[in-house]
Design a binder for this molecule. Structure first.
Ligand SMILES: Cc1ncc(COP(=O)(O)O)c(C=O)c1O
Length: 307
């Protein structure tokens, strides 16, 4: 496996904590834990009672239940919890792709979506969106990229770095292309719930398509990057088993004590997100949309489509 250094992470390592005004973050403004806990009456007590032992490798059952509740017709067994969206990308690609396979990745994109796919040895084609076309999705081009060996299609909506969002009609056509060619549709939904108009919210890929995988996490929409919690959701149990069997996933910190500690906070957040949705998400949405918009100004897109 060969991974090129992630330039975006190098950029943040250099500037994120030394720059006075940070204009390029893509996550919501975060909150101190005390503020988070104060949103639910018994949250502090529940946190203190939390058991700090190992948990199930797919993630604590109560957390998987909370994640499942974000989607329709999804149960806890359709969910795998990981330590970040980043880990989810790694685990899924390495579980499903190998040198014999071909994958299609929407670009421009978060760098690891392209680079980690390449690191599996698979051939990777970019489904390119261009600023001169208003970042349009060219469906004919997508259909033209599919080969007999194509196993997976990665898309991201709401989208980083453009801040655009697929319409329902477009999303349905992407699903249809995936279904026609029996592709895994890996949909990066880390910005889901930050749509300008909640009416534009798309179903998760896991809801819309039997081979769809939704990637979610708490850093962006919930403004909690310090918790490093992400998840993969799919109704395709065989696919989830393949991901679970991926060594990186089994040895991930999801089963260490720090993980359990993090789970505590995230379960609070996910339940709080359900009850205090309007207050919190409105705040988050405003800051994240500003962040995504600002990022559009400063982001540089390379010839290969990574930011
Ligand atoms: C589209 C997209 N997917 C995944 C990630 C990784 O998120 P996490 O911090 O949860 O690993 C990012 C981070 O910026 C992103 O923009």
């Amino acid at each position: 496996m060969r991974l090129k250094p992630f330039r975006i992470e190098q950029y943040y390592a250099r500037y994120e904590f030394s720059t006075r005004f940070m204009l390029s973050s893509s996550d919501c403004e975060s909150r101190p834990i005390g503020e988070v806990l104060s949103l639910e009456p018994d949250a502090r007590e529940r946190l203190q009672e939390l058991w700090c032992g190992y948990t199930e490798s797919a993630g604590a059952p109560y957390l998987r239940e909370a994640v499942a509740a974000l989607y329709h017709r999804i149960g806890p067994d359709d969910v795998i919890v990981v330590s970040s969206a980043e880990e989810a990308i790694f685990a899924l690609y390495h579980a499903l792709l190998g040198p014999e396979d071909h994958a299609i990745v929407e670009t421009p994109c978060y760098e690891s979506a392209l680079e980690v796919a390449r690191s599996t040895g698979a051939e990777v084609s970019a489904w390119v969106r261009r600023p001169e076309d208003g970042w349009a999705h060219d469906l004919a081009a997508l259909a033209g990229l599919v080969r007999p060996s194509t196993r997976l299609l990665y898309v991201n909506t709401p989208h980083n770095p453009t801040g655009t969002h697929m319409s329902r009609g477009l999303f349905d056509q992407v699903v249809e292309i995936a279904r026609t060619h029996d592709l895994v549709l890996f949909c990066d939904e880390v910005y889901r719930q930050l749509e300008y108009d909640p009416g534009d919210r798309l179903p998760g890929a896991c809801e819309a398509y039997e081979r769809g995988v939704s990637l979610g996490s708490v850093p962006k929409s919930y403004g909690l990057p310090g918790l490093r919690i992400g998840w993969l959701v799919s109704r395709d149990r065989h696919l989830l088993q393949e991901v679970s069997a991926e060594p990186i996933a089994v040895s991930s910190p999801r089963s260490c004590s720090l993980r359990a500690w993090s789970l505590a906070f995230s379960i609070f957040w996910l339940s709080l997100a359900a009850t205090s949705w309007v207050i919190w998400v409105t705040t988050c949405r405003v800051s994240a949309l500003w962040a995504v918009r600002r990022r559009r100004v400063v982001v540089e897109v390379d010839a290969d489509g990574t930011e």
